[in-house]
Write a protein that binds this ligand. Structure first.
Ligand code: DLL
Length: 441
């Protein structure tokens, strides 16, 4: 554990720390950020109304649109002379979301990533292959600083140029790797193609995140690279990677470093707080950020929270895997579904490979879902490398089995298209878009 005193802090003491920090934060933003002063005044809230985290729901939400409206720097709470770094996330439409860090913010960014990597299994002295993109994206530099803080030998390889990645992993023999789960799949697949088996690799721990994934992909990556894989979550607006990470001993929920990030789960439509264990939108308040403090930031990510204490003794709350984004949700005959639930259902179906695409569309007034899913290489050969546009009955039966399984588990009808291996796009280093939402085109 990187910081046992904080990571195992008794919950009451942690709560007290959060209360103090929250009070300080509301005063800080009220004095320094006109956007928040207005937002507080509109809701007739004074900083003195906020005495503890119990009062947090009285505060207004902050949304991505607010960052866009204040592009690029208008939400910064410090003068530029105090800013030491700027990152931005590309965003699918329009201008990027711009975020800033003071020296203290950068220190905290390193600290939470060091905690995350230690939770993932990394130990001082290990070699760390960091295949997250460096640059405006927070992934590369975030894990880089975290790795250095923990005492790892960091290889700042960045994303892409897969051939070079394979060579470096074989020659430098790192024990820790970080990248997106889809890129970990690509690396595993490319090693397999070259006849390099997981036992030949030095890798032990993979720190994967930046895009949705499930236990099905976890199993594929763990087997393909010979690693234990944990989930790292974060977003630029809050700090970047290292908002939370699973513990490798558990792989059961990512610890949110609550001394810096205060989490809530709220209803996707009403914004009302939800009881523990229910899935809703993750809302985060930054308790210690200086350059870009955010109050109740609507991440749009759907997950659950739990507060029971796991076997590692960490006391911070844990979040589940991200089920989807609130804006990806589809409603099929009255059932709310997040596309990634489909992936979870397909876990353990022997003839399928975890390479798929989900296409959301609107048919009349209904949302519709089509799954394009690859056969595993073995199955493809066993079925006699058939023409997939005119599949034999065996394959039609398999497709029907997939349809039934989704129907029985989630309760919705899908169209299923089975494809030959290597038919759907692979990650070439960064985030992979597995969900194509044609309703938004
Ligand atoms: O993706 C930061 C990051 C870098 C996280 C490296 C983990 C590792 P953004 O580019 O701002 O920041 O994208 C943030 O990515 O709101 C989620 O929708 C998604 N996301 C991030 N981590 C996970 C994860 C980085 N572990 C957005 N599981 C977030 C699912 C994730 N989705």
């Amino acid at each position: 554990m990187f910081n046992p005193e904080i990571e195992m802090m008794p919950r009451e003491a942690l709560r007290k720390l959060q209360n103090e920090r929250l009070q300080k934060l509301v005063n800080y933003v009220y004095e320094r950020v006109p956007f928040y002063q207005n937002a507080f005044e509109q809701q007739a809230i004074k900083p003195s109304d906020i005495k503890s985290v119990e009062d947090i729901h009285k505060l207004p939400l902050t949304r991505k649109q607010d960052l866009r409206d204040n592009y690029p720097f208008k939400l910064f709470a410090v003068p530029m002379q105090e800013v030491r770094r700027i990152h931005a996330s590309s965003g699918t439409t329009g201008k990027p979301t711009v975020v800033g860090y003071t020296q203290k913010d950068i220190d905290i960014f390193a600290e939470v990533n060091a905690r995350s990597m230690a939770a993932a299994g990394a130990r001082p002295g290990m070699i760390f292959h960091n295949a997250y993109g460096y640059g405006l994206f927070t992934g590369g530099l975030g894990l880089h600083y975290g790795g250095e803080r923990l005492g790892l030998a960091v290889i700042p390889v960045s994303g892409g140029m897969t051939e070079r990645q394979l060579t470096l992993i074989q020659d430098m023999r790192p024990e820790v790797i970080s990248c997106t789960p889809s890129y970990a799949q690509t690396l595993a697949e490319e090693f397999h193609k070259r006849g390099v088996s997981p036992e030949d690799l030095s890798l032990k721990y993979a720190v994967l995140g930046a895009e949705p994934w499930t236990d099905a992909i976890r199993k594929a990556v763990e087997a393909g690279l010979g690693v234990k894989a944990t989930n790292i979550y974060g977003l630029s607006e809050i700090i970047g990677p290292g908002v939370s990470n699973e513990a490798v001993e558990e792989q059961e929920g990512s610890y949110i470093w609550e001394d810096h990030f205060y989490p809530e789960i709220v209803h996707p439509e009403t914004g009302a707080p939800l009881p523990e264990g229910e899935a809703g939108v993750l809302v985060i308040t930054t308790l210690t950020k200086e350059a870009l403090p955010l109050i109740r930031y609507w991440t749009g990510d759907i997950t659950t929270l739990r507060s029971d204490i796991g076997i590692t003794g960490r006391t911070h709350r844990r979040m589940g895997m991200i089920l989807g984004r609130s804006d990806d949700m589809i409603i099929v005959r009255g059932v709310n579904v997040y596309p990634s639930q489909i992936e979870a259902v397909l876990d353990n179906m022997a003839d399928l490979a975890m390479h798929y695409q989900l296409i959301l569309s609107r048919e009349g007034t209904m949302d519709a879902l089509e799954l394009k899913m690859e056969l595993s290489e073995d199955a493809f050969i066993r079925f006699g490398k058939p023409d997939m546009t005119n599949p034999p009955d065996d394959l039609k039966n398999l497709a029907q089995k997939v349809i039934n399984r989704i129907k029985d588990t989630i309760g919705i009808s899908t169209k299923v298209n089975l494809l030959a291996p290597n038919s759907v796009p692979r990650s070439e280093g960064g985030k992979l878009r597995r969900i194509i939402d044609t309703r938004k085109l």
